[in-house]
Ligand binder design. Structure first.
Ligand SMILES: Cc1ncc(COP(=O)(O)O)c(C=O)c1O
Length: 425
């Protein structure tokens, strides 16, 4: 880790530890068995499991209030209220106001929408700075602007620990840089980037900052005001909600940028960025997912409001995840022929989340994932669309990495199971 001290917007310390039994009881899928083994869901970075209340909210919406928006009758009005409620929930989740929240099918689609709109304002020779650490959803939508003459630059990584090379990044911001697009956390190797600092550097040069918070959202509280980002995108299915994407945009940007949209759609902010009919049932599930996290916080201490409850929830989540990280790193060190890609220095634990990319001599990542999968342990192999990174590290041609991705519902026992699985023939 060569960059300066991490300056993320972390929540206060948890007053009480996470009640893991309560947490796990919320997720019906966690009791699944596979081949006689309890299923261990270590595939959170690809999408987390869902609490029962989210499933119930989706089902209730479809059973009672299913309609299109803005009609003069009960179910349509209920749909309008469902959407307004979810906007308020996501505003609490991200630390902004409700009309800065845009819903869409997923982060990738929302990012293309914004990149197209920003592209309208750019001239040939303008520059956009991306990174080698990012998921391709925060790369290709910006690279698409090369056809307009926009020049794309890439900030490099430190190869030893897969952190961003901040000096390289700062050097590549020029007076022509219009936007810096960077991930909050890497979905492949688990690095948490100092996005607050990167945003400050971008703004100092007059560039906007677009943050991909998809991988960070299940692990840490996001505060868009404190970060001062111009845009931030995340996906509810990565933090215990349904398959959907959410975009935060500063109100002024959502107003002045021109979306590609149909004429009949309103010009109001934020709806002008939401095209066609949204996924109302998943929007209903989104409120329930934010409430699940808030209840986790409320179970730890009295909370005056939902934002404070979320703050406490994430403090407890982080201290539980820290234990899992330390146990996993200790165990991985003992496995012969294993190489970890990412931060392992105990002094830098705050700069990583519990996402581990590994390779073991003599085995492809697919072989490892298959072996674990047969034992009911769900992990991923490949590049997970972080293709700049697998290419930069020279592992793209040989199957990428095995990714073990933990979230707060995972247990120390599950960590031991995956370590045993990797260590045994
Ligand atoms: C870091 C990161 N960014 C972006 C995405 C794309 O998100 P979505 O599937 O919502 O388009 C993913 C999905 O895995 C991701 O992990």
């Amino acid at each position: 880790m060569k960059s300066s001290i991490l300056d993320t917007t972390q929540p206060a310390r948890a007053t009480k530890p996470l009640d893991l039994a309560w947490v796990r009881s919320q997720f019906p899928s966690l009791s699944r068995q596979v081949n006689g083994y309890p299923a261990a869901f270590l595939d959170g970075p690809g999408g987390t499991q869902i609490p029962q209340r989210v499933i119930d909210a989706i089902s209730k919406y479809l059973s009672t209030s299913n309609a299109n928006t803005c009609g003069a009758y009960a179910t349509s009005r209920e749909t309008d209220q469902t959407i307004a409620g979810a906007r308020a929930a996501m505003a609490d989740f991200l630390g902004c106001v409700a009309d800065e929240i845009v819903f869409g099918p997923n982060m990738t689609t929302l990012t293309f929408a914004i990149s197209r709109a920003i592209g309208r304002e750019l001239k040939s020779g303008d520059e956009i700075l991306l990174t080698h650490l990012d998921h391709d959803a925060n790369v290709s939508p910006w690279r698409a602007l090369e056809e307009r003459g926009v020049k794309i630059q890439f900030a490099d990584i430190n190869l030893d620990d897969c952190t961003l090379n901040i000096e390289d990044l700062a050097r590549k911001i020029t007076p022509r840089t219009r936007l810096v697009a960077v991930g909050y956390a890497s979905n492949a190797v688990g690095t948490i980037n100092d996005v607050k600092k990167i945003i400050r550097v971008a703004h100092a040069s007059g560039a906007m900052a677009y943050i991909d918070a998809v991988h960070y959202a299940p692990h840490g509280l996001i505060d868009v005001r404190e970060l001062d980002c111009d845009f931030l995108a995340c996906s509810t299915y990565k933090f215990f909600g349904p398959h959907m994407g959410v975009l935060y945009g500063k109100r002024e940007h959502l107003a002045w940028l021109q979306p590609y949209k149909v004429r009949a759609n309103t010009n109001a902010v934020p709806q002008r960025w939401e095209w066609g009919t949204l996924n109302h049932e998943c929007i209903a599930g989104t409120t329930a997912c934010v409430e699940y996290l808030a209840d986790l916080g409320r179970s730890l201490a009295e909370c005056p409001d939902r934002r404070q409850a979320l703050r406490l929830a994430y403090a407890a989540i982080q201290s539980h995840e820290r234990k899992l990280i330390e146990r996993m790193l200790r165990g991985l060190r003992e496995i012969a022929g294993l190489r970890l890609y990412g931060i392992s220095d105990p002094a830098w634990m705050e700069s990583r989340c519990p996402t581990f990319a590994v390779r073991i001599d003599g085995h492809t990542p697919l072989e490892l994932a298959t072996k674990l999968g047969n034992r009911g342990i769900f992990t991923w192999d490949g590049n997970y669309y972080a293709i700049n990174l697998t290419e930069r590290l020279g592992v793209e041609q040989s199957g990428g990495f095995l990714r073990i991705g933990l979230v707060h519902y995972n247990t120390e026992e599950e960590v031991d199971r995956v370590l045993d699985g990797l260590g045994s023939p």
